[in-house]
Design a protein. Structure first.
Length: 220
């Protein structure tokens, strides 16, 4: 069956939420401008799975109108009743490189009690590359939530601020091999003798995965 703007519109207006999700998926087969206009009405659908799918699609469709997409994503980031939809909004903001949203991401991070939203914001800051994100990532690095810590380590590596090196050193001896693995990946993005020394230590790690990751960066 041929996928057309009309057939997709019929699906996303259907009563059955499964059809609406199928319609969202079929938007990928249309030109971006048409798909963008069709997805806007269901951003606030009454079904959480539909809203999540629609917001996630803005990651690739939102550049059709970045200003409007920013408004849509911030509205969902602040107001959606479901944490996973708000988290998806943060992901899309990062994917679209909407750096002007940093103050909003920061505000939501410190105001929410939902770790999933905080996790997505931390991950988003690495992709977003906003230099002001360093202090927030520093705070996340000392969170009681190991998933937030792991995400912050990766984001600090992506951010590329050399101040991160000293922050990451204490995690070289962390009990969790996954955190040590992320430290090796993050430090691999930095040059300099200090980084080389730390990676050399990690190259002897008891975890094969950590040791191999450190050796990879030492050889490049």
């Amino acid at each position: 069956m041929t996928i057309t703007p009309e057939s997709v519109k019929n699906l996303i207006n259907a009563d059955n939420f499964g059809d609406r999700i199928r319609g969202i998926n079929e938007l990928r087969q249309l030109d971006k401008k048409t798909a963008y206009e069709l997805i806007k009405p269901i951003i606030q659908d009454n079904n959480v799975r539909v809203r999540y799918a629609a917001i996630s699609q803005l990651d690739t469709l939102g550049d059709v109108n970045l200003e409007e997409s920013l408004e849509i994503l911030l509205e969902r980031l602040y107001n959606d009743p479901e944490a996973d939809v708000r988290a998806a909004a943060a992901d899309a903001i990062a994917g679209l490189k909407l750096t002007q949203a940093y103050p909003d991401l920061k505000k939501v991070y410190y105001e929410t009690e939902e770790w999933l939203i905080q996790f997505s914001i931390v991950a988003a800051l690495g992709e977003l590359g906003h230099p002001d994100g360093f202090d927030l990532l520093k705070d996340a690095l000392h969170s009681d939530n190991s998933l937030l810590q792991t995400s912050a380590i990766s984001a600090l590596g992506e951010l590329g601020d050399i101040r991160a090196i000293d922050l990451l050193i204490p995690f070289v001896d962390n009990d969790d091999w996954q955190i040590r693995h992320r430290v090796a990946q993050a430090l691999g993005r930095f040059g300099g003798e200090k980084t080389k020394e730390i990676l050399t230590i990690l190259s002897q790690d008891k975890s094969v995965a950590v040791a191999q990751e450190a050796k990879h960066y030492l050889m490049n």
